[in-house]
Design a protein around this ligand. Structure first.
Ligand SMILES: [Zn+2]
Ligand SMILES: [Zn+2]
Ligand SMILES: [Zn+2]
Length: 184
């Protein structure tokens, strides 16, 4: 049913009334007095893979373009990557250009209306959007981006350059050029 509704009204706002934990769905506003405690922990909370501190709103997040689910905080990025003191074993083969930068200053769910994930087909894309700079219309949600990065067979994201988009900016076309050495 959800899929039918999403296909009929792509990009529209959708609400689930009397929602429970088992029918929470990306892109839907879920309202109900039987939402349980899981809901509160449901939001994606990230910690820095170097210092273990919470990367809370207001702290820039740096996400690896090479290693799935590898995120570091602003302080560690400045101290270890930017300063080129890559003493940490986890940072090997990583330089500044191997990270996406997230400003991370919005404390609410972000929906990328009119964009669907080319892997899991969820629309709108919820959270951060990863946009291929070389294909006409190829976007991934963050979960799929990491899944692809971890996969041995992923040709696409390992050979093409991606940009990260946190917030929709309708005035701006996705035309940022590739800054990444890993991209041929
Ligand atoms: Zn850190
Ligand atoms: Zn996806
Ligand atoms: Zn591509």
């Amino acid at each position: 049913m959800y899929e039918i509704i999403e296909k009929m009204m792509p990009g529209s706002k959708k609400i689930e009334l009397f929602a429970r934990n088992n029918n929470l769905r990306e892109g839907w506003l879920s309202v109900g007095n039987q939402l349980g405690e899981n809901y509160q922990q449901w939001k994606n909370i990230l910690t820095c893979d170097l210092c273990d501190n919470l990367i809370s709103v207001g702290i820039k997040r740096y996400k690896s373009k090479k290693k799935a689910n590898f995120d570091i905080c602003e302080v560690c990025f400045n101290n270890s990557v930017k300063s080129k003191v890559n003493s940490n074993e986890k940072l090997k083969e990583h330089s500044e250009v191997d990270f996406f930068e997230f400003v991370n200053n919005i404390d609410e769910d972000i929906l990328h209306h009119y964009f669907s994930c080319n892997n899991c087909n969820s629309e709108p894309i919820w959270g951060n959007r990863f946009h291929c700079l070389e294909c006409d219309n190829f976007d991934l949600c963050e979960a799929c981006f990491d899944k692809e990065l971890a996969s041995e067979n992923s040709v696409h994201i390992k050979s093409h350059c991606f940009s990260n988009i946190e917030v929709m900016n309708l005035n701006k076309v996705d035309s940022s050029s590739c800054q990444w050495n890993g991209c041929a």
